[in-house]
Design a protein around this ligand. Structure first.
Ligand SMILES: CC(C)(COP(=O)(O)OP(=O)(O)OC[C@H]1O[C@@H](n2cnc3c(N)ncnc32)[C@H](O)[C@@H]1OP(=O)(O)O)[C@@H](O)C(=O)NCCC(=O)NCCS
Length: 205
């Protein structure tokens, strides 16, 4: 179970450009529009297409319940300049196969580095505030953008297989990636070397 910090709906994360918060009822219309775009839905296992109009409200209630239970932390992504306007979602969920990572972003917001920024913030929170040893993510083999997001966050390729997509009633070739606490910790501690003699020079000798 995730810690109490994540289970309270006042929990938020901020990045230089983004604001991550629990989803709320007023996000329903944005979810219908953005998740309802086939280009978003077809890359996921759980977003149906076409997206039923009443699905978003049910989804928001389910997310808030699961967040409060501590089985997942699913956050709405918005910009710091407009925190009320949802532009995507990101989350980690505890399952029998370990902790899994998932996300989507509305098409108008693709290609600005937003998801890499959001993903790095959530991964930091996961490893800083929980005792998780690792987090995994599965992507469709064709999903180059998502693969790059994972690579930019330090995820390592684990292997290929088939991913069952409940919302689509099919299965599709997929690749699985994993990030361990140990690798995350190493990347976070990576610093540039100090050239020999520079410290002495700075000290005026
Ligand atoms: C995957 C997704 C979240 C990426 O969001 P994003 O904010 O556009 O990603 P970023 O801007 O952080 O881009 C990360 C990298 O992917 C690249 N990229 C973005 N869109 C791309 C595309 N359509 N094709 C190829 N590369 C793409 C970026 O150039 C960047 O690479 P670089 O820094 O090495 O040049 C978004 O495309 C999306 O929501 N897709 C549909 C849902 C989905 O795939 N969810 C994940 C399911 S596992």
């Amino acid at each position: 179970m995730f810690p109490d910090l994540f289970r309270d709906d006042v929990f938020t994360l901020e990045t230089p450009r983004l604001f991550l918060r629990w989803p709320k009822a007023s996000d329903a219309a944005a979810i219908v529009t953005l998740a309802g775009d086939r280009r978003v839905a077809e890359m996921t296992a759980r977003i149906p297409h076409p997206y039923p109009a009443d699905e978003a409200t049910k989804f928001i209630i389910a997310v808030r319940n699961a967040n409060a239970d501590g089985h997942q932390l699913m956050l709405a992504i918005s910009t710091r300049t407009n925190p009320e306007k949802l532009i995507g979602m990101i989350g980690v969920e505890r399952g029998c196969a370990g902790t899994e990572f998932g996300y989507w972003l509305g098409v108008p917001h693709w290609g600005k580095g937003y998801m890499t920024e959001a993903a790095q913030a959530l991964i930091d929170a996961l490893f800083l505030y929980t005792e998780e040893d690792a987090v995994s993510a599965s992507i469709r083999v064709m999903n180059t953008a998502s693969r790059k997001v994972l690579e930019h966050c330090g995820f390592q390729y684990e292997g290929g297989g088939m991913c069952i997509r409940p919302a689509w009633g099919d299965s599709t070739p997929s690749d699985t990636y994993r990030l361990t606490r140990s690798l995350w910790s190493s990347l976070k501690g990576w610093r540039a070397p100090v050239p020999y003699g520079r410290e002495l020079a700075a000290g005026g000798m």
